[in-house]
Every structure is written in C-alpha cells, then in structure tokens.
Design a binder for this molecule. Structure first.
Ligand code: GLY
Length: 308
C-alpha cells in the first residue's frame, strides 16, 4: 500500500488531544473513558463510545450535559480472527467520540466532522469519500450542498454498512461514514468503499434516533441524538503514513519490546512472524487494559476473554 501523503504527522497522543480539544471548543464536556467492564448487562465488555450514554439515549437517565466528547477504550472480540491478518482489525481500540443528547443533529455533526478532518487534521479533501444510508436524502444533501462534496464521492449504502446499532436491540440509527483514499490515482468512477486495499473508514457519524425492540420494530426515540466514533488507531495509520495500524506509535513499541525478547527484528521477520507480532501487540494492549479495569483471568465470561 502506498504511503499516504497526509502531510500532518501527529502522534497518537496528539490526535487524541486534538479531537477532544476541538469538541471542547464546540461546547462539549470532556468526559473520562468508562471502564471496559460496563454497567450495561446486555454486553460483556464496553464495545463502543456510546455504551455509557445508552440510558440517556433511551430516556432512562437525564443527561447532565447536552454535548460530550470522550476517548473510550473498547474491546470487540467479533473480529479476533482478523487480528494481525488485516491492516486494521483489533480486539482493543480507542474510539474518539462526540455526542449530542437531543441538542445538535445531522447538519452540525457533518459540518464539524468535516472541519476537524480537513482543516484541523488537514486530510486532503480529494482523498475523502463519504457514505450515507441509502434512503437518507437529508444527509446526502448536507454533504453535497452544504459541504460541497462531489457526487462521485458520496456513496449510498445499505443497512449492513450504514445503519448502526450497538446490539440486536436498543438505540440505533442511520449513519454516515468518512473514508480515506490511499489510492486516488485509481479514479473517481464507481468508487467501491468495500475495497480495503484502497479505502479505510475512519469516522462514523450515527444519527441515533430509534429504539429497536426484540421483534426488530423501530420506535423513534424521544430525542434525535448524535453518536460518533473515530478510530484512533486508524487515524494514526493515516497521519503517520504507516501501512497498517500496528506500525503506529500506539502499538509498535509493544512489538519492539517483543522483538527484543525474541531476538528477531520485526523488519527481518517473515509475513507469518509479523502477523504473530501484530497479534502480540493487540492482545497485550487488550489484556493490560482488562486487568487495569479489574478483570481477572478465569474460565468464565470476561475472565475467559482475559485469560484466553
Ligand atoms: N457508535 C459508533 C461506532 O462505534 O462506530
């Protein structure tokens, strides 16, 4: 994969601070990451930035602020078979998020995501492609008319890609995603965002406006909310010009420590050995954060994930 000329090198720490400060300046309260051990009993681990706010979206708890921003530690085990084998799958990752609890909605969320991406992080406009849910004309029009994105670079996608939910039931809604193009020289025609040798999705804007029940029925929530997620490791890959998330400063120091112990330099390792190093980098992060949040290895539930 070609090194992206993103032109604005930032460390992982700098990206996190830049994101949180940007939204603080837009009147969001910076809140701490919730524990990886969630209060929500429907999931074993914290899988998204919105989890600590789920009761607010559902109207079960009153929001203390209208807007919040967080860097949330997350663990998702559904992609574990891909860890180390693709450029971007992890069990542990940090999700940068901005949230609106019945305050601003699509127009502001889209405008600020674009301002942050293009003016603050300085991603070249010509390398960005966005997607919207297939029937979401409102989001499409905002991208086209307010932001000025070319129609070749706005893709309508179906429920699998552009309707986000934290689980089979609960708050959910159509979403709009921003992708970075590693290969703009391949042209503007029939852009295929599923081609992950070319594109990486780095920012998901969820228009959280429904509650889905066990029968799959969607009921509008009392408020129209915003829930977003920017993958810190993905943004680091883009801004640090790395071929994958593992070679960013967020993970590579663990790989270097492992290669010192094994005596085999990462650069001299075979592809299979590199995959093993990447798995070590991912799993060391996941297990360290689980232990820090009080999970003890065992043969049950969270403990099984920590020990396994
Ligand atoms: N809640 C948005 C995301 O995880 O992508």
């Amino acid at each position: 994969m070609a090194t992206p000329p993103s032109g604005n090198f930032l460390t992982g720490d700098q990206i996190r601070q830049t994101f949180l400060s940007f939204y603080e300046a837009k009147a969001h309260k910076r809140l701490p990451s919730a524990s990886l051990v969630p209060e929500d009993t429907t999931v074993l681990l914290t899988i998204a930035g919105m989890l600590q706010f789920k009761p607010i979206f559902l109207g079960q708890r009153k929001a203390e602020v209208d807007r919040a921003t967080t860097s949330q530690k997350c663990i998702r085990t559904n992609d574990i078979e891909n860890v180390g084998r693709t450029a971007r799958h992890h069990t542990f990752f940090e999700m940068l998020g901005n949230f609106s609890f019945g305050d601003y909605f699509k127009k502001e969320a889209i405008a600020w995501a674009w301002e942050l991406s293009t003016q603050v992080l300085k991603l070249p406009v010509e390398r960005l492609v966005v997607s919207v849910f297939e029937t979401d004309d409102e989001a499409y029009d905002i991208w086209k008319n307010d932001i000025g994105v070319r129609e070749t670079h706005i893709r309508r996608m179906g429920e699998a890609d552009n309707f986000w939910a934290s689980g089979p039931t609960g708050p959910c809604g159509p979403c709009s995603e921003i992708y970075y193009d590693f290969h703009p020289e391949r042209g503007d025609q029939d852009i295929d965002l599923e081609d992950d040798s070319r594109f990486i999705e780095f920012y998901n804007l969820v228009f959280m406006q429904y509650n889905r029940d066990a029968e799959g029925k969607l009921t509008p929530l009392a408020n129209q909310n915003i829930d977003t997620g920017m993958g810190l490791e993905r943004m680091a890959q883009i801004l640090q010009g790395k071929p994958n998330n593992y070679e960013t400063d967020l993970i590579f120091p663990i790989i270097e420590a492992a290669s010192k112990i094994s005596g085999l330099h990462y650069e001299q390792a075979s592809e299979a050995q590199k995959t093993s190093y990447k798995v070590i980098g991912d799993h060391v992060r996941a297990v360290s954060h689980l232990i820090a949040d009080g999970v003890v290895a065992s043969n049950l539930g969270r403990g099984y994930i920590c020990g396994g």
